[in-house]
Design a protein around this ligand. Structure first.
Ligand SMILES: [Zn+2]
Length: 179
């Protein structure tokens, strides 16, 4: 995005070329996805800073290390926060699926090329089908699960982190969070 200011641009290091400036967001991502899929109850005892779920006897948040004594717990995760995690999940999934689809298209093109122009045994339909099925699987893995997932992680995590930064800013200014 061209409109973002320089101070928000995170450094390009670490796995998949991106390290979140908010490490607890990565630790929370899976938990928040469970919450988004309604696999866990919406209400509970949540950290008042990062909204990680706390056990009844936790005095310090296990995700962001905020002491409960300094930031009181809350009973629900704000919708704006959940939206940030959803954005990350969706962006990543889109890249994985598009990458896999791209891999399948390449296999399909190879299949057609082999069947029409393949010399000798290479032109045999059985070879073409093997390339289509086996190659399609491998290329879908390479472009989806491997490459797509990395790009998707970078883009999705950046988006989530920007949304979280905006949420933090609003919260610090004391604005009521949208529900
Ligand atoms: Zn926390």
């Amino acid at each position: 995005m061209a409109g973002t200011t320089a101070k928000e641009a995170p450094e390009l290091v670490g796995t998949a070329g991106y390290v979140s400036p908010y490490p607890y967001l990565d630790r929370l991502q899976e938990k928040m996805e469970e919450r988004l899929e309604r696999k866990v109850p919406a209400t509970g005892r949540y950290c008042g800073f990062c909204y990680g779920r706390l056990r009844a006897d936790d005095t310090v948040c296990g995700f962001c290390e905020t002491p409960v004594a300094s930031t009181p717990t809350v009973g629900e995760i704000p919708q704006e926060v959940l939206r940030a995690y959803k954005a990350k999940q969706k962006t990543e999934a889109t890249w994985v699926h598009s990458g896999a689809f791209f891999g399948l298209i390449i296999a399909a093109v190879l299949f057609i090329v082999l069947v029409i122009w393949g010399p000798g045994l290479l032109g045999h339909p059985a070879v073409g089908f093997a390339v289509l099925i086996g190659g399609g699987y491998v290329l879908a893995q390479v472009f989806g699960t491997f490459l797509g997932a990395q790009v998707g992680y970078r883009k999705g995590a950046r988006k989530r982190d920007r949304m979280w930064a905006a949420f933090l800013e609003g919260r610090e200014r004391g604005q009521p969070t949208s529900r």
